[in-house]
Design a protein around this ligand. Sequence first.
Ligand code: AP5
Length: 213
Amino acid sequence: MRIILLGKPGGGKGTQAKMLTERLGIPQISTGDILREAVKHQTPLGIEAKKFMDAGLLVPDCLIKDLIKERLSQEDTKDGFIFDGFPRNLAQARDLEQISGDLGFSIDKVVYIDVPTEKIVRRLSGRRTCSCGAVYHVESNPPEEQGVCDACGGTLYQRDDDKEDVIKARIEQYEKQTKPLIDHYDEKGILVTIDGDQPIDDVFSEIMKKIGA
Ligand code: AP5
């Protein structure tokens, strides 16, 4: 199965992608995680991307297209994948259509996780992340021991772009660039809308039901 997760920053895409990966046995492809790794290792991509990420802006489409092509050339994506954070605008959706045509696959479902904007700042400012990819929230999804990852024992940290002024810029980018994708995929008949403003396990159950998995 090939799935796109769509939604506001902090809407729960990463949280649900990890649960889906575990249940469906297909990899999560998070462009945000790939970019953060590149920033950490100061690769040419990371150095270029950091300027945009720190400002809450989208990284240029050409860099993302190359990154996606490279990731989809890897063997573990052959039986399906979950896109988390890609595509982010109509140009990226068209890039994906070209890549999928070249590689001979199509997207099965686009899962739009709908969360009211007023909940977003609270979610993002309380988020704690581990370098292993696990995601927590100090109130709604705390680790067993404060500041320590349940999965790997690593130290949790707050993402640089989870500061209030950057969150505001990210929400603006979402409204201008990403939101039009809802209509784009609805017109293609592959969009399902999920109420993201309910407990994490309930969001997951609704997704599983609506994608028919
Ligand atoms: P990216 O990493 O993709 O960030 P995002 O889209 O802003 O999404 P987040 O990771 O912030 O949130 P999420 O929806 O995954 O929510 P989560 O599950 O963590 O992108 C970062 C930057 O990279 C971008 O700004 C851009 O610069 C660049 N970038 C990335 N992809 C790009 C692309 N394709 N093109 C160009 N640039 C790109 O949940 C958030 C919190 O809420 C957590 O604490 C979680 O525990 C909690 N939570 C989750 N679900 C619930 C629930 N149901 N109830 C209560 N709390 C919940």
